[in-house]
Design a protein around this ligand. Sequence first.
Ligand SMILES: N[C@@H](CCC(=O)N[C@@H](CS)C(=O)NCC(=O)O)C(=O)O
Length: 256
Amino acid sequence: MCDNSSSGIEGHRDKAPIYTYECPDKKKLVSCNLVSVKGRFTDVALSEKNEKMSPKYKVTYFKAKGRAEPIRVLLAYGKQEFEDNFIDREKWPQIKPTTPFGKVPVLEVDGKVLHQSASICRYLAKKFGLAGSSDEESLQIDMIVDTIEDVGTALRKDMNPQQSEEEKAAARKKAMKDVVPYYMTKFEEIVKANGGYFVNGKLSWADIIFACSVGGLSQMMGLSGLLDPYPGLASLQKKVFDEPNIKAWLNKRAPL
Ligand SMILES: N[C@@H](CCC(=O)N[C@@H](CS)C(=O)NCC(=O)O)C(=O)O
């Protein structure tokens, strides 16, 4: 379900020239190359690059939305160009050991490999002003993000790809009775009480995580219209995908 090219992951340390066309003046070129050769991501390198240019982003995952989608959507929101590196499933066994913990998505930022989707999203959200404007707001956002993860965990407990159609149907029925309404009803209340968003009446990365999760949840449940009984959540998802930068990217990206 995820992709990650071995050259992108392991090979970047040998590719010092990655910086050469990005660092126009000679002094910067030398220091950027040093940083790249050592494979480090120092504050010096970051501040130099922030002054001059956008980082070079590469998202590696399978050809699917899954845990990579909120990363892509956040990059789109931040108007960042990025490379979508799709892994062939047949090649995954060879690629897996080249990733930090045998999992994807990974995000490369100027060749530095980042892993753990929520950590990556939080990092990008901070950059693009979607991580809350106080510790308390950030906490509210994190609590929602962790609860969305709990929904997936609860569903996966009863469902797996090896199940027969009969077992799958029984698991879905149980989830539609116990898990989905429990979480969605509470989410709906929170969004209603917060001006149409999860936290303080404004867009945050929790909204993006939620909007991106609905597709995966619907797929697991084998139904469309998962949000039909929850108009506040349906409207939130629409608002996220109607954000101008996100919408522009969604319109031009190849369908997954
Ligand atoms: N907590 C990790 C989970 C990553 C994860 O489980 N990735 C799955 C795809 S969604 C994966 O790499 N599966 C392939 C494997 O484990 O071999 C994250 O959020 O990034």
